[in-house]
Design a protein around this ligand. Structure first.
Ligand SMILES: CC(=O)CC(=O)C(=O)O
Ligand code: MG
Length: 220
């Protein structure tokens, strides 16, 4: 097998870039400073969980698994060194997402100055809604975004409160690495993040455009 081109084995073009601390109220609730430039991390394609394909699985050993509802931007065309003005023409559409976070793993990593990989990248850590074409949302920078656990409203925000806009974020990322069709950018979460437990149901929505629902179970 050796000597064959790696592209036969690895699927390119499925990067998932996540933005952290992009809402002031969420920065405040976790005691983090509001960043002066976008804070970026990655999630792997193996963390995708499409609605209807199964439950969110709390990872082994995690005692505090948090929901973070986020607007996902689906890239439609190559973004390399693009200006803010060019961004909207390179976007295919949107998805509602949950950046599930093993908060206790993340706190331990932060304390030790280590990366957030285990906290953010576990299987099922990225529940996603159906695709929303860009033509459906006139102003993605001003839509309500919410998340309920069972019947309790936990997060009730608006994308108008982002610190860095969608155009700024995609342009910024594209100055450092190229985004391709099919990549996804998670744009951060508003306040109200909190733990979920086995048996809970998470429901989330984006304006009148979409809702999605996921059950929560424990990874055995
Ligand atoms: C504190 C975090 O986990 C950062 C993050 O993901 C966010 O959305 O903010
Ligand atoms: Mg997040």
């Amino acid at each position: 097998m050796s000597g064959q081109n790696i592209s036969k084995f690895v699927q390119w073009g499925r990067n998932i870039v996540a933005v952290g601390r992009n809402y002031r109220d969420h920065c405040a609730e976790l005691g983090n400073a509001v960043p002066t430039k976008p804070l970026l991390f990655m999630k792997p394609p193996s963390s995708y969980l499409e609605e209807g394909s199964g439950p969110i699985l709390i990872p082994r050993g995690c005692m505090s698994c948090h929901h973070e509802v986020e607007l996902g931007v689906v890239i439609g065309d190559v973004c390399c060194d693009i200006s803010e003005d060019e961004v909207m023409s390179r976007i295919a559409g949107f998805a509602l997402t949950l950046d599930m976070t093993a908060r206790d793993f993340q706190e331990e990593a932060k304390k030790n100055g280590n990366p957030w990989t285990l906290a953010k990248c576990f299987d099922t850590a990225l529940p996603v809604s159906k695709f929303i074409p860009i033509s459906d949302i006139a102003d993605p920078g001003n839509v309500k975004i919410w998340c309920k656990v069972n019947d309790e409203m936990r997060q009730n925000g608006t994308t108008a409160d982002m610190v860095f806009s969608i155009s700024y974020l995609v342009s910024y990322i594209s100055q450092y690495f190229t985004l391709h069709r099919g990549d996804l950018v998670l744009t951060g979460t508003p306040a109200g993040v909190g733990s979920v437990n086995v048996g809970d149901t998470i429901t989330a929505g984006l304006g009148d455009f979409i809702t999605m629902k996921f059950d929560v179970k424990q990874r055995k």
